[in-house]
Every structure is written in structure tokens, then in C-alpha cells.
Design a protein around this ligand. Structure first.
Ligand code: UTP
Length: 407
């Protein structure tokens, strides 16, 4: 992109200020800034002015989950169906590791965090150990796709390689980078991170499928004959990946997606819950849950919105390929490293603007059918979001110990 073309684009979106230091840049820095301006989607930024209107929900009604007793009654059969699919190479795993882990407060990728006490045990190691259980059970390798972002790609690849992928077969590990989105002040003006660089933030975990497409990962998926993709978060150290019983249940119920869910610990617990929205599967976030929905009961007198998602979904890939609509935009407050008025770099202590994201949970609403599949919370849900307190290193360590993992 030439300087004139960049000026024209910036003018259209009211972002001319990002060229403030252009004259001071070297030729290489200029080219890199122009390239960044070219690839940045600026059409989304104005939405921050009316962000309250972005997440309007339709009519919410309950969606029944497959609960533990039903799962137990069919465990053998589901497990066999799932194992057959895994053995036939039809299941792949997608690790979402492109997040910033801001709340944990470590500069390294979250997966590099050591949760061990008397020995080292990294988050990545926990996840790979869990997947290896299924590899052994099915006696076959499972393709593992790892999503990173510009901010942590190099460190993530190097760390896993240096640790020999914690025993995973290297040919079955595929890295891909998600796209970045510009980060702005409260008026939607893009911050500069350096004089020749726009501030950016990963574009949310909902970008995984389009990033797999853009980076050639879907070619691997198709040529390997993978039909199901188990997408999971980096920060739940107890999570079961490519769980044969879950895979089998989703296949047997002929659903486009399966979602692992846990019974809520309290009506106001801060998790998104499964529901129908305008008759289609969906997730209502805890802050969107009205008192009326929170207290609603099903025909058995149980809470009607009682199953929270844990970011472990099994998507039928063919259905994702058919998804036509773009995902809704989420605009979230964030601490954005930037230059101050005088051009000096600052690392803010409090939020100073917005990041723009798509979320994986919004993909559910674009699919025709979803199986919420209950799992035992204390066995499969130990998220690490914070250093201490709720969903923290401390709480996850306690749960790992409870599950017999030596720390
Ligand atoms: P979170 O919503 O907890 O975000 O991610 P985060 O960035 O890791 O942490 P905070 O909010 O800054 O503290 C849930 C999952 O989605 C992935 C994360 O890596 C995690 O596995 N994620 C999130 C991405 O892969 N990309 C993103 O852009 C955002």
C-alpha cells in the first residue's frame, strides 16, 4: 500500500493520527506500518460508540442437557462409537492458546505456566498428558492443532519443541496463528504501540476456524479425513480432550456440535449457560441472565438454565464450512500498551480502551443442533484465570491433587 492509499483509508475511518511519526521512521518501518494499515479491518472500530447494542439477545428458552445418569447408562456404547471414530482418524483437537492471559499476569504464554509444587508441571504438559491418555486408549495419534497469536507464537513453538512436545509425536502437532485486531481508545481511535506500529490484540477465540482456513490447516484436516474438531481452552488443566464417550454421544445424537457443560455451583455463578435462542442452540452469558431466567424451573422443578459451558466443544467440521454469517463483535475494555502524547511508551495499570473480539461460543448459535453433555465438575473443570482466589493457580492445584496428579 502506498502512503497516499493509506492516507485515504485512514481518512475514511478517522484514523489519520497513526501517521503522526511517519516522517521519523526508517524506510523499513514505514513499509511495515503501511502493510499493517492495509491489513487492519477498521470498519469494525466505530462500533465501540454503541457497544451496548451489539449483544441483543433473541427469545431465550431452555435446552436440555444430557445428564450424568443418561451418560452412565450409555457409557459403553458411546465410548465404543467415539473410539471407532478416533481410530479411523476422524477426530482432531484444537488448542486455543492465542489469548493474552492478562489476569494471570505472566508475560509468557499461559501454557508455559508451571503449576507444579515439588516438581515442574506446565499447563501445556497437563493438557498433553490428558490427550495422551486417549492416544493410548485408541492406540492412534490424534492431530493436535495449536492456535497462537503474534504475541506468543515464537515462544509457544520454541517451548513445546524444547520439551519434545511432552511426549507427543511432533508430526501430529500443527501450529497456526490467529489474526490480530486493532486496539483503540474509548473513542475508537487506534493506539500506537510504537511510532511505526499500531496497537493490536488477538481477535478473540472465535477466529479459530477462519484462521485455520487462512493458514492452510483445513487442508491437513481434509486430507487426514478429520470430521470432528474438539476445540478446547489452554487454561483448564483437568480437561479431557477427544474424550471418546463425549465424541460417541455427539455422533450418536447426530448433533452438529457437542458442548461439555458443568452443573452450576450457584444460580449466579459467572459462567455462560446453554439455552435455545429463537429456537436455535445458544449460550447466554452470566451478565445477560435476567433474574427471571436465573430462577426459571424446568418440568422437574430443577433450574432451567443450570448448565455452564467450559469451553470444550466438538464441532462437526462440515457444518462449520457451511456457516455463512460473520460472528457478532464483542468489544471489551482492556489495558493497552501505547504511546503517550509525547510519544513515550506506557504500560497502563488500568483499562484505557477497547479490544475487538469474536467468541467461539457465538458459533454455536449458527449451527442447527447442539448436545450439552454434562461432566463432573471436580474431575474435568479446573480453569486457571487468576493467580489466587476463584479459578486460579491455587484452586487448580487443589483440584489436580484431588484427582491424584502428583505436583
Ligand atoms: P480467556 O477469555 O480467558 O482470555 O480465553 P485470555 O486472553 O486467555 O485471558 P485474559 O482474559 O487476558 O486474562 C479463553 C481461551 O481462549 C483463548 C485463550 O488462550 C484461552 O484458551 N483465546 C482467547 C485465544 O486463543 N485467542 C484470543 O484472542 C482470546
Amino acid at each position: 500500500m502506498t502512503l497516499e492509499q493509506a492516507q485515504e483509508k485512514l481518512k475514511q475511518y478517522g484514523q489519520e493520527h497513526v501517521l503522526k511519526y511517519y516522517d521519523q521512521l526508517s524506510e523499513t518501518e514505514r513499509q511495515s506500518l503501511l502493510a499493517q494499515i492495509e491489513e487492519t479491518d477498521m470498519s469494525i472500530l466505530a462500533a465501540c460508540k454503541n457497544r451496548g447494542e451489539l449483544t441483543q439477545k433473541g427469545v431465550i428458552t431452555p435446552l436440555a442437557a444430557m445428564q450424568l445418569d443418561e451418560i452412565e447408562a450409555h457409557r459403553e456404547q458411546f465410548t465404543q462409537t467415539g473410539l471407532d471414530a478416533i481410530k479411523a482418524g476422524k477426530v482432531g483437537a484444537v488448542l486455543l492458546a492465542g489469548g493474552m492471559g492478562t489476569r494471570l499476569g505472566s508475560d509468557d504464554p499461559k501454557g508455559m505456566y508451571n503449576v507444579g509444587i515439588t516438581r515442574t508441571l506446565y499447563i501445556f504438559e497437563c493438557l498433553i498428558n490428558n490427550l495422551l491418555d486417549v492416544v493410548r486408549q485408541a492406540d492412534t495419534w490424534i492431530h493436535l492443532f495449536v492456535m497462537t497469536s503474534d504475541k506468543n507464537d515464537v515462544a509457544t513453538r520454541a517451548f513445546l519443541k524444547d520439551h519434545d512436545y511432552f511426549g507427543y509425536q511432533a508430526e501430529y502437532v500443527h501450529f497456526f496463528r490467529q489474526e490480530m485486531a486493532a486496539a483503540t481508545d474509548y473513542e475508537g481511535r487506534i493506539y500506537l504501540e510504537e511510532k511505526g506500529k499500531l496497537s493490536t490484540s488477538p481477535n478473540g477465540n472465535g477466529g479459530w476456524y477462519s484462521s485455520m482456513k487462512n493458514t492452510g490447516m483445513l487442508q491437513i484436516v481434509h486430507s487426514a479425513g478429520i470430521e470432528w474438531l474438539n476445540v478446547f481452552a489452554v487454561d483448564n488443566v483437568l480437561q479431557r480432550i477427544a474424550d471418546p464417550c463425549f465424541v460417541g454421544a455427539t455422533i450418536e445424537r447426530e448433533c452438529a456440535v457437542g458442548a461439555k457443560v458443568v452443573r452450576k455451583s450457584a444460580p449466579d455463578e459467572k459462567v455462560g449457560v446453554m439455552c435455545l435462542e429463537d429456537g436455535r442452540p445458544s449460550i447466554v452469558e452470566y451478565y445477560e441472565l435476567t433474574d427471571e431466567l436465573m430462577n426459571a424451573k424446568d418440568e422437574n422443578g430443577d433450574p432451567a438454565y443450570n448448565f455452564g459451558v467450559i469451553l470444550n466443544y466438538l464441532f462437526r467440521e462440515a457444518d462449520l464450512a457451511k456457516m455463512m454469517d460473520g460472528l457478532p463483535l464483542h468489544i471489551v475494555e482492556k489495558k493497552i500498551p501505547c504511546l503517550d502524547e509525547a510519544g513515550n511508551p506506557v504500560k497502563p495499570e488500568v483499562p484505557n480502551g477497547f479490544k475487538f473480539e469474536n467468541l467461539v461460543l457465538d458459533m454455536i448459535h449458527q449451527l442447527d443442533s447442539c448436545l450439552p453433555f454434562e461432566v463432573v465438575r471436580s474431575r474435568e473443570f479446573a480453569p486457571i484465570k487468576n493467580k489466587t482466589g476463584v479459578d486460579s493457580v491455587e484452586s487448580a492445584r487443589a483440584l489436580l491433587l484431588e484427582n491424584g496428579i502428583n505436583l
